[in-house]
Design a protein around this ligand. Structure first.
Ligand SMILES: Nc1ncnc2c1ncn2[C@@H]1O[C@H](COP(=O)(O)OP(=O)(O)O)[C@@H](O)[C@H]1O
Ligand SMILES: [Mg+2]
Length: 259
């Protein structure tokens, strides 16, 4: 399937997405090379979450192509009637592009360990004993090994988000997709999650990161994309994008203190 070391984990070409008559993505291209961190920034409503959710097929799109490790998503139908044609491919992509949400989305009726083990065991049918060993490893990595048997409600927001990151890691995905992972957290708890994200970037994990935190984007990204009203307004390496924005829109966005 056309996979080589330099095949991007995710490649998107000319993606269009509407909710009914509202066009939210108006022809977006994106490449996430293996081992790179690509950040998406832009005002609220610019389409960042939608783009992320289109990447792992949580949302349909009406036009354009999405490639996972060189493999094109297969579609059936057209326009608003276009959907992925191959359920197996959808599952494979979802489990390989694992998502960390703003609101953690842990199951409240499962312990932290059970949350982390859930998808590998039930969706991916992996051996529970091996998954448990991995799950404990990832909980250790994010610094909450001692919370394995706790319920989500017993954890702080920062600990819950680190559990959600361990859950994403336990699927051993090809890329991690973060949607504003720190924006539901108090400032002092944000830092413990930021430390984990930085460590993952240093390990060379492929990541797509939607964030309102320009310092984080500047620190961890190889490439930053500024979305404005569903289009890429400007993009580049963080060193130039943040210090020498070319467009008035990006200048305005950065000087308004983001959001
Ligand atoms: N499920 C939905 N139904 C209808 N409109 C939506 C839905 N989700 C998002 N939108 C709209 O799409 C646009 C982009 O939203 P979103 O991708 O969430 O932006 P961002 O993450 O950059 O804040 C907004 O105008 C939003 O209101
Ligand atoms: Mg969003």
């Amino acid at each position: 399937m056309n996979e080589s070391a330099d095949t991007p984990v995710i490649a998107i070409h000319d993606l269009h997405k509407s909710y009914g008559s509202l066009e939210v993505l108006k022809g977006v291209d994106l490449i996430a090379p293996r081992g790179h961190v690509v950040s998406l920034i832009g005002s609220s409503g610019s389409g960042k979450s939608t783009l992320l959710r289109c990447c792992n097929l949580l949302e349909d799109s009406q036009q354009g192509e999405i490639f996972f490790e060189g493999e094109p998503v297969r579609w059936k139908g057209e326009g608003l009637g276009r959907h992925p044609a191959d359920r197996g491919q959808v599952t494979r992509m979802r489990t390989n592009l694992s998502m960390v949400f703003q609101q953690f989305n842990l199951w409240s009726h499962m312990t932290i360990l059970q949350n982390v083990m859930e998808a590998p065991v039930t969706v991916m049918k992996r051996d529970p004993r091996q998954v448990e060993a991995k799950a404990r490893e990832y909980l250790t990595k994010v610094g909450i090994a001692d919370k394995a048997d706790a319920w989500p409600a017993m954890l702080s927001g920062g600990q819950q988000q680190r559990a959600a990151i361990a859950r994403a890691l336990c699927m051993e995905p090809r890329a991690l997709l973060f949607d504003e992972p720190t924006s539901a957290l108090d400032p002092e708890l944000e830092q413990e999650v930021i430390r984990v994200i930085k460590a993952l970037a240093d390990e060379g994990r492929t990541m797509l990161l939607v964030t309102h935190d320009m310092k984080l984007a500047a620190d961890v990204s190889d490439h930053v994309i500024f979305l404005h009203q569903g289009k890429i307004e400007e993009q580049g390496p963080p060193s130039t994008l943040f210090s020498a924005p070319k467009t008035d829109r990006l200048r305005g966005f950065l000087s308004a203190g983001a959001h």
